[in-house]
Each structure stands twice: as C-alpha cells, then as structure tokens.
Design a binder for this molecule. Structure first.
Ligand code: ZN
Ligand code: ZN
Length: 100
C-alpha cells in the first residue's frame, strides 16, 4: 500500500482511524494528511457550538447583565443631574461673589 498523501510506499503503514486510508509515518496523523474525518469532526464541533452550548450561555449572559446595566445607566443619569445642579449652584455662587 502507498501513502495516500505523498505516494511513498513504506515498510511501515498506518491506517487513519478517522478516514480509513493508508499513510506513511509522516502522514499518519489526521492533521498531516488533511483528513476528511478531521474536517467532519471540526464541523460537528462547530455545529454543536452553534446550536447548543454557546447560544444559551450568551443569552443568559445578556439576561443577567441587562437589568443591572439599565439601573446603572439611570444611576449615572441621576449623578449627572446632581453634578449639573451643583455646577449651576457653583456658577450662581461665583456670579454672586463677582457681584459683591
Ligand atoms: Zn506520506
Ligand atoms: Zn484520515
């Protein structure tokens, strides 16, 4: 049998457990011969990631961060209003001092 990646016939032959083809010692690893089984596994892993594992995690994350995010932005608005009032008071104070 020849290596199906480089065509070399070696005394040592390896069968890929993912695609079942025969390879030499240099190409026996799935990564070394562009194994279709490896691509399939990657695709399956990507699919699983797409419809299960990460989507609920992400939406859960949004659910958790959204209400505190809203309340903190209204808190920032309240602080901004207080700062604005203090600023106006300071300006009025400064004007009063210049008038005296
Ligand atoms: Zn080879
Ligand atoms: Zn393979």
């Amino acid at each position: 049998m020849k290596c199906q990646a480089c065509g070399r016939s070696d005394s040592m032959e390896y069968n890929c457990s993912r695609c079942g083809r025969t390879f030499c010692v240099n190409h026996r690893l799935p990564e070394s011969h562009d194994c279709p089984g490896l691509e399939l596994q990657k695709a399956q892993r990507a699919d699983r990631r797409a419809d299960g594992e990460e989507v609920p995690w992400f939406s859960q994350e949004v659910d958790l961060t959204d209400p505190p995010g809203r309340s903190s932005s209204s808190a920032i608005r309240t602080v901004a209003q207080i700062v604005l009032v203090l600023f106006i008071l300071a300006v009025i104070g400064a004007l009063a001092w210049t008038l005296i």
